[in-house]
Design a protein around this ligand. Structure first.
Ligand code: 13P
Length: 246
């Protein structure tokens, strides 16, 4: 399966940064290279989609559950499509934390995103306290099941997962490779349980302090179908190195 490498710029990036993405386009160009997406802040989606001209995917970092309406400050899935996005990150731990997004809200967004034609990258991951309590597997399985149950019918052809341990995000800390393998295997079983054979194309990305230096080791872990990259995706040369490692 072709790997998927996604850069999540979070609340970073100005129009002046888009001209520096040459190394990213180059790394994504060879036949057989990983699929690459950048999810910039919404202000840059249209500009990046224009500049990228199909060389990489462009995605959103969130969307509203409604297609339009009186929701000041929000952005809908059809608007993301209209701006040139083809994918959207949903359920990121920063939104679960900062915006109190629960599984029901995330499920509604999954339904809205797929109805609009977006590919969904659904994030799951345990906190440090949950890990220390030995609850990692239970937590990520419950997040996956609850979001899917709230979404209603989900098309696995337009779904990828990202396993992002909350304590590994932006900290420079990465789980033991055996722990990544175990969680990815568990999520693969969850996907098979939910979708059967139709779920075979659902990739499970790893996210949390992925860098140019550790990407190759992480991609060598069985079951890792790509990476969701925060900080390192802001540095085009380093993001290109991660893409080449994939
Ligand atoms: P970092 O790569 O900065 O740890 O962020 C990971 C992340 O949250 C990507 O969505």
């Amino acid at each position: 399966m072709r790997r998927l490498v996604v850069g999540n710029w979070k609340m970073n990036g100005m129009a002046s940064d888009l001209g520096a993405l040459g190394p990213v386009y180059e790394a994504a160009a060879p036949r057989g290279a990983a699929e690459v997406a950048i999810c910039p802040p919404a202000t840059l989606i249209a500009a990046l989609a224009g500049a990228a001209a199909g060389r990489i995917w462009v995605g959103g970092q969130d969307c509203h559950a409604a297609a339009k309406g009186a929701h000041t400050g929000e952005i809908s899935a059809p608007m993301l499509i209209d701006a040139g996005a083809r994918r959207v990150i949903l359920g990121h731990s920063e939104r679960r934390r900062d915006r109190a997004e629960d599984d029901a809200a995330i499920g509604a967004k999954i339904a809205a995103a797929q109805a609009a034609g977006l590919g969904v990258i659904l994030c799951v991951g345990e906190t440090e306290a949950e890990r220390d309590a030995g609850r990692t597997g239970d937590v990520v399985a419950a997040q996956f099941r609850a979001a899917l149950a709230a979404a209603g019918p989900v098309d696995p052809a337009r779904l990828d997962l990202a396993y992002e341990p909350v304590w590994a995000i932006g900290t420079g800390r990465v789980p033991a490779m055996a722990d990544i393998a175990a969680v990815h295997a568990l999520l693969a079983r969850e996907i098979a349980g939910a979708f059967g054979a139709a779920g075979q194309g659902v990739r499970i990305l790893y996210g949390g302090s992925v860098t140019g230096a550790n990407a190759a080791e992480i991609f060598a872990v069985p079951g890792v179908g790509g990476a969701l990259v925060g900080g390192a995706s802001l540095k085009p040369e380093e993001f290109a190195r991660i893409i080449r490692a994939a």
